[in-house]
Each structure stands twice: as C-alpha cells, then as structure tokens.
Design a protein. Structure first.
Length: 284
C-alpha cells in the first residue's frame, strides 16, 4: 500500500498542543510523586481489538517530545491489519517520561486506528466493484490531516482537504447562484485551468443541465440505487461520478454496484469509534 507522508510540522504542532493541554501548569504530578527520577521502564503498546494501524509517527512524536531519551520501536507499519493482542510498538527509557506521554500517544493512535479500521470495512464491502470509498470535510477541527491520513491507511481515498482544493458546488450554492447553469458558468469563469469543478445534483433534470454545461465530477446526492443506475447510464462515462448522502456499511455495497466511481461518507471520520489499544509496562 502506498501511503502519503504526514507533514512532520503538523505532527509536531498537534502533539505539542496536546501535551501542553495534558501537562497543564505543574506537569505529571502523579509520576513525579510515585516514581524515582532515575527509574527506567519498558512498555508495550498492544491492540485489545482487531483493526488497521494508523498513526505510529504521531505516537512516536509524543514520546520523543516528552523525553528524547525514550526509544520507540515500531513492530508493525501503518496500513497493516492486526488481530487482538498484537504488539504494535515498544517504548523504553525514563519511566516518568514514558508514563507522562502515554495518554496523548494512545489518544492519537486509537483515534486514527479507529478511522482506518472503519474505512477498511467499507473498502471490503465494495472491493468487487470499481468504486472507491472516500472521506469528506466532516473531521475533527485541527485534526483533519491526521484523520484523512487514517482513511488512506484503511484503503480509502481523500476528498477535499479544504475549501481551496477544488470547486464543489453544493445545493445551497446552486440556490443562491440561481440554478445549475449559472453556478457552473460562474465557476468556470473564475477558476484557473488546474482547478477541478464538481457539482451536486439530486435529480436527473439537474444532471442533464450539468451534462449540457460540462463539469469534471458530478456528485449524485441522496439518490436511490435505481436512480443512481439511471444517472450512471445517462452520464455514460463523460464525467466522474460520486455518490453521497447517508452512506452506511449496510448500504455501501448496493451503491457501489450501481457503477459509480466514488462513494463519499462522512461516517468514516465523524462516526468511527476509537480503537481500544493499551500500554502496559513489561515486567521482567
């Protein structure tokens, strides 16, 4: 699996902010009160449930920022599937620092693994079709890059990262612009030649207007499988097709089998449960 590289500056900023929030004004007073400053420890991060790995570099950074003397060894790679009980990483070094970084590391890792694991379930449901599952901008503020990276780890694709990536004309834009045609004409007159234009439709009449005016991608919103099949047949390969609107694990297979190219679901990021991971001190 070919994965993108998370910007190390984004990792650094996000993890520093999380650690500052957790350490507060006085730091980890529990570890200071109970553990000698000279104490060393080794810990194992293991999965308590099966899933897909995402976020190792983010977890690594949490330990490194608390104390560079902590040694982090990955035992698997992002994108790997694992079963319950699998050891994912070991950390060794100053015990106080290790325990102080634990929660921030696991918070990032559990969240990202949860998204990757849910995405993998969606991807498996549609693996027999040409469709690809992709995420949306329905992400946790400040963590979008991490959550979209986790989607890739799970075998999904990324939609826009922000409002400046591409033009996506939604129903509200169409309403204010005065219709499909004026919205598309204005968009084409505004953007440069490298910017793609996607437009949302929910009826075949709107789709016919799009086909007449031209666009790069059409978002077929809240259409039934039968209506999606009609739309795909009408488009006949002239535009990329994306289905969206209330897509769930129970419905994604039927949607994919209509012949659409892409299926977007906000559930990949806004509804993914955190995967249960644990950090335990290795007692020799």
């Amino acid at each position: 699996m070919s994965l993108p590289v998370l910007n190390p500056l984004l990792i650094d900023d996000a993890v520093r902010a999380a650690l500052a929030e957790d350490f507060g004004r006085a730091g980890d007073i529990t570890s200071q009160a109970t553990i000698p400053a000279s104490a060393q420890a080794k810990a194992i991060i293991a999965a308590r449930k099966p899933g897909v790995l995402a976020g190792l570099d983010v977890a690594r950074k949490a330990f490194a920022l608390v104390d560079p003397q902590l040694s982090f060894k990955a035992l698997a790679a992002d994108g790997d599937s694992f079963v319950a009980g699998t050891q994912l990483a070991t950390i060794e070094g100053p015990a106080r620092a290790l325990l102080s970084a634990e929660r921030v590391a696991l918070n990032f890792l559990g969240r990202m693994c949860g998204i990757a694991s849910l995405t993998a379930l969606y991807a498996a449901e549609i693996a027999h079709t040409k469709a690809r599952i992709c995420c949306t901008r329905k992400t946790t503020p400040g963590l979008r890059a991490f959550e979209k990276y986790a989607v890739r780890c799970g075998g999904g694709m990324n939609h826009r990262f922000g409002l400046d990536d591409a033009v996506l004309i939604k129903d509200n834009h169409i309403a204010v612009a005065g219709g499909v045609r004026p919205a598309l004409r204005s968009a084409k007159a505004f953007v440069g030649h490298l910017v793609k234009i996607e437009i949302e439709v929910d009826t075949l009449d709107q789709l016919r207007e799009v086909l007449s005016e031209g666009a790069d991608v059409v978002l077929l919103d809240n259409m039934s499988p039968s209506l999606l099949r009609e739309a795909v047949a009408l488009i006949d390969g002239r535009l990329k097709t994306e289905a969206s609107g209330g897509i769930s694990l129970e419905t994604v297979r039927a949607v994919a089998e209509t012949g659409v190219d892409l299926i977007s679901s906000g559930a990949l990021t806004h509804s993914a449960p955190v995967l249960d991971l644990g950090l335990d001190i290795a007692i020799s």
